[in-house]
Design a binder for this molecule. Structure first.
Ligand code: PEP
Ligand code: NA
Ligand code: MN
Length: 618
């Protein structure tokens, strides 16, 4: 029994503990409560220092969890290999815990909070036995900023601690801002593999501890997250999807702002004027690539502010201000190479944690798509010998790099501006082989919200004039909205009303339209800057556009395609709207909306009616 005396409170804990880094009695009482439940051997209060980083990485190298990479090729970097069954977010084990099921909505797994705590308590009881419990204070957004929020993660995973130090403003400054009158989010994480069993016998640790039983639970009413059984990114770095999207979306609704699954970029025109654009896409639709785009249009510049999450809040001047609440990238490695995303490649030169990629004989990393020619030999993500003809992937398809945003060569200086940047445009996109034009401006904020609410990707390319099976992912938020999705649409509509003429314009983009022969019609990547250029010209009133049934598309000749070869036929197909096929899609939208019953805002039903009548008049 250790007793810690602090100026404010005396806490009793079964665990030995380092010096608490706060006198905040609420924090001390909470840490004590979690320690009494999980029974760690030691409590480590994280300060975020370089020496703490060094000590933790050394410890994990000694334990075999991290492999240091060749210092000459990838300085300060490490490889982690997860358990082969702990490689991705587990959406079917993710719960929104609210009193009423309708508040979680039909698209979330739901549990009543008390019932979930009854399930979780025996799982967490003693779950940290024999391990160190880390207390990790962090700020989402610049510490103390007007759009920022504070949190503490308790975790028994030193791998999570290291990743949190890259992904957030983690450390003493954040802790010092957690005062008795600040709101802060309590998050608890255990990999669920105690090192002492119920009989008191010790158990050998493994390189990647985790548990077959997994729960990722959000409690929006009490601003809590409880995560059990996984060490993987989105399940274990609770600042990210759990807090900055699921919990924050609920905080945002209450307080008149938006927590979104959006990248954030700054565009500079040849005239030297700055614009800021946020864009929501479902996972695996190229958000990181767009965030790090190198424009092919001469004179334009794109700088990176965020690649995954944006918090949007009306500023004192009435414009919508945006910050990236994170401080690093947790990017998908496969497919990232100098030909697809040179900026990402140049970001990860060092100080990077790689997870589930391959290890080369030189002590560097490799994954499919990193180089055209694979290494002749490597150790694959599961730790086995690998050669190009082994018939297996060298890297897991969801392998990742964790890197500080400050290493991004295109990072905008505004990335850490606490007031946020004023937003000029919001983009919504999915992966659509059919129907959806390359770019369409919404006809109004309500129409833009309708576009966001109906975002979808196609599973397979359809015949011309039909629609493939659609996977709906409204606002790219399907796995991340912490409350009823239809209420979330209402909140977006209300935000538009209060922003009035200061609201950013809303556009739909689709880089993935295919021709009858299955070919992509648009080159994508750096040439997406051509679409951004048209969007800016619309914002400036320099391009007229052409209004069609589904919105406003570039008028003939308005899209700058100088320097690329796009056959006239392909240009036509890129913007083609087939009324029959679109009307069929409207029927699917009706079916999709039906699951939300009368919570679907009337403005969205009216948008669907309006779209149908415009299509019928074609
Ligand atoms: C994650 O899985 O942790 C994650 C960041 O998800 P995604 O890349 O799908 O947004
Ligand atoms: Na705050
Ligand atoms: Mn994401």
């Amino acid at each position: 029994m250790t007793v810690i005396d602090t100026p404010d409170v005396t806490i009793n804990s079964a665990a030995a503990t380092g010096e608490p880094t706060t006198g905040n009695s609420e924090v001390l009482a909470w840490v004590t409560k979690i320690a009494e439940l999980t029974q760690p051997e030691y409590i480590h209060w994280c300060d975020g220092s370089q020496s703490e980083w060094s000590a933790l990485t050394e410890e994990l190298v000694a334990a075999g969890t991290l492999t240091p990479l060749n210092k000459n090729l990838r300085p300060g970097s490490f490889l982690a290999r997860s358990h082969p069954a702990d490689v991705a977010r587990v959406e079917d084990r993710t719960f929104i815990c609210t009193e009423h099921q309708a508040d979680a909505g039909p698209t979330n797994n739901w549990s009543e909070p008390a019932a979930m705590l009854e399930t979780l308590t025996p799982l967490f009881r003693g779950s940290m036995r024999g391990r160190t419990m880390y207390v990790v204070p962090f700020s989402m957004g610049p510490v103390g900023g007007p759009i920022s929020q504070l949190g503490i993660q308790i975790t028994d995973s030193p791998y999570a601690v290291l990743n949190m130090r890259i992904m957030t403003r983690m450390g003493q400054d954040a802790m010092d801002h957690i005062t008795p009158d600040t709101e802060w989010v309590r998050t608890v994480h255990s990999v669920g593999m105690p090192l002492v069993n119920d009989a008191g016998e010790s158990i050998d640790d493994v390189e990647w501890p985790c548990n077959d039983t997994k729960y990722i639970c959000q409690f929006p009413d009490t601003l809590e997250v409880w995560s059990f059984g996984s060490g993987y990114g989105g399940n274990a770095l609770l600042s990210k999807k759990c807090f900055a999207l699921r919990i924050a979306s609920v905080m945002a609704r209450k307080d008149g702002w938006l927590a979104e699954h959006m990248l954030l970029i700054k565009l500079t025109s040849p005239a030297g004027k700055d614009y800021h654009v946020a864009a929501a896409f479902p996972s695996a639709c190229g958000k990181t690539n767009l965030a790090m785009l190198r424009p092919t249009v001469p004179g334009w510049n794109v700088e990176t502010i965020g690649d995954d999450i944006a918090w949007l809040r009306p500023g004192p001047d009435g414009t919508l201000r945006a910050i990236n609440p994170e401080a690093g990238f947790f990017g998908v490695a496969p497919g990232t190479g100098y030909s697809t995303n040179p900026v990402a490649m140049d970001s990860i030169w060092g100080n990077t944690i790689f997870t589930n990629v391959a290890l080369t004989d030189e002590g560097d990393v490799w994954w499919e798509g990193m180089t055209e020619t694979p290494p002749a030999h490597a150790i694959d993500w599961e730790g086995n010998e690998w050669t190009p003809d082994s018939g297996r992937l060298a890297a897991h398809p969801n392998s990742r790099f964790t890197v500080p945003i400050t290493q991004c060569p295109t990072v905008a200086q505004e990335w850490s501006e606490s007031e946020g940047v004023p937003l000029d445009a919001i983009l919504f996109g999915g992966r659509r082989a059919t129907n959806v034009p390359l770019v369409t401006e919404s006809l109004s904020w309500e129409h833009g919200v309708f576009i966001g609410a109906t975002v979808s990707s196609e599973k397979t390319a359809a015949q011309e004039g039909t629609v493939g099976e659609l996977r709906r992912d409204p606002f790219g938020m399907l796995p991340f909205c912490g409350y009823n999705m239809a209420d979330y649409w209402s909140h977006w509509l209300e935000m538009g009303e209060s922003l009035g003429d200061k609201a950013p314009r809303i556009f739909q983009v689709n880089w993935f339209r295919k021709g009858d022969d299955g070919r992509f019609l648009w080159p994508g990547f750096g040439d997406n800057s051509r679409v951004l250029e048209w969007i800016v010209r619309r914002v400036e009133g320099e391009a007229e556009g052409q209004e069609i049934a589904v919105g406003r598309i570039p008028a003939a000749g308005e899209l700058n395609v100088e320097g690329i070869e796009i056959p006239a036929q392909d240009m036509t197909e890129l913007f083609d709207v087939n009324p029959q096929s679109w009307l069929a899609e409207c029927d699917l939208t009706d079916e999709y909306f039906a699951q939300f019953g009368d919570r679907v805002p009337a403005a969205l039903s009216e948008q669907l009616t309006g779209l149908r009548s415009r299509l019928s008049a074609m």
